[in-house]
Design a protein around this ligand. Structure first.
Ligand code: ADP
Ligand code: TYD
Length: 210
């Protein structure tokens, strides 16, 4: 297998506790092992400014945070990450793996909070300078399973909103996969970590390596 020279941008999405961070890390390690210099970023966060915004977004007790404010802060964090980290890395030929990106705003603030999807798409375009991932994996699990998998960690402000929110978020993710079938692939997150990794790596190889 020869190494494709072109750097790619791949995002991982899904409801809370679906297992996407586990898969993002495995792909980071795999790509680096294959000789593709790769970085991993997470949202909201990933830069000094974005991590400060994350504090506001996820701190428990910030109950007065309005849904529109939430979406503006999510996308503000994304704008900073995109300009400061993602674009410069792609420009020098590094692969970028994102643990959440623009689809999270459509799923959580659109699906979960019922904000207008067209507005959110415009907001995302502004925040990302219309940069889209080359490929997005949605790790799909039932909300009950996501809830079980993160039972040990303290819930943050959004996780505290509970199962009903996660159901709406999942529904929107499935809708997004239908709307953008070229970019988005759904993988069954109920499989084992190793099997899911194998499926994801096969798809990356199929698309980007010859
Ligand atoms: P997320 O980033 O989606 O919140 P994580 O990758 O952090 O999820 O995984 C949440 C928990 O579930 C972790 O303890 C992880 O080890 C476990 N986990 C991840 N993938 C699977 C899987 N396919 N089957 C069972 N447990 C898993
Ligand atoms: P995090 O602890 O990173 O959770 P996870 O491991 O599930 O990614 O928390 C991020 C939370 O923020 C998660 O509940 C999803 C939410 N979120 C949004 O609501 N909108 C967004 O645009 C992003 C990026 C995240």
């Amino acid at each position: 297998m020869s190494i494709s020279s072109k750097a790619r941008f791949i995002s991982f999405e899904g409801i809370d506790g679906c297992g996407k961070s586990t898969q993002a890390k495995l792909i980071l390690e795999k790509l680096n092992k294959k000789g593709c210099k790769t970085i991993l970023v997470r949202e909201p966060g990933g830069t000094r400014i974005s991590e400060s915004i994350r504090e506001i977004l996820l701190t428990k007790g910030m109950d007065e945070l309005q849904d529109r404010t939430e979406s503006l802060l999510m996308t503000a964090s994304r704008a900073q990450l995109t300009d400061e980290v993602i674009i410069p890395n792609l420009d020098i030929g590094n692969w970028v793996i994102a643990d959440r990106y623009a689809d999270s705003t459509l799923a959580y603030q659109g699906g979960g909070r019922n904000l207008d999807l067209d507005w959110l798409i415009k907001l995302n375009d502004f925040a990302t300078a219309e940069l889209h991932p080359n490929l997005t994996f949605i790790v799909d699990v039932l909300p009950e399973e996501g809830f079980r998998r993160r039972h040990s960690s303290e819930p943050d402000r959004i996780e505290k909103a509970g199962l009903e929110l996660q159901k709406k978020v999942r529904k929107m993710y499935l809708g997004l996969a239908k709307r953008f079938p070229e970019r988005i692939m759904i993988v069954d997150g109920h499989e084992t970590i190793e099997d899911i990794h194998r499926i994801i790596w096969q798809e990356i190889k199929r698309r980007f390596f010859h």
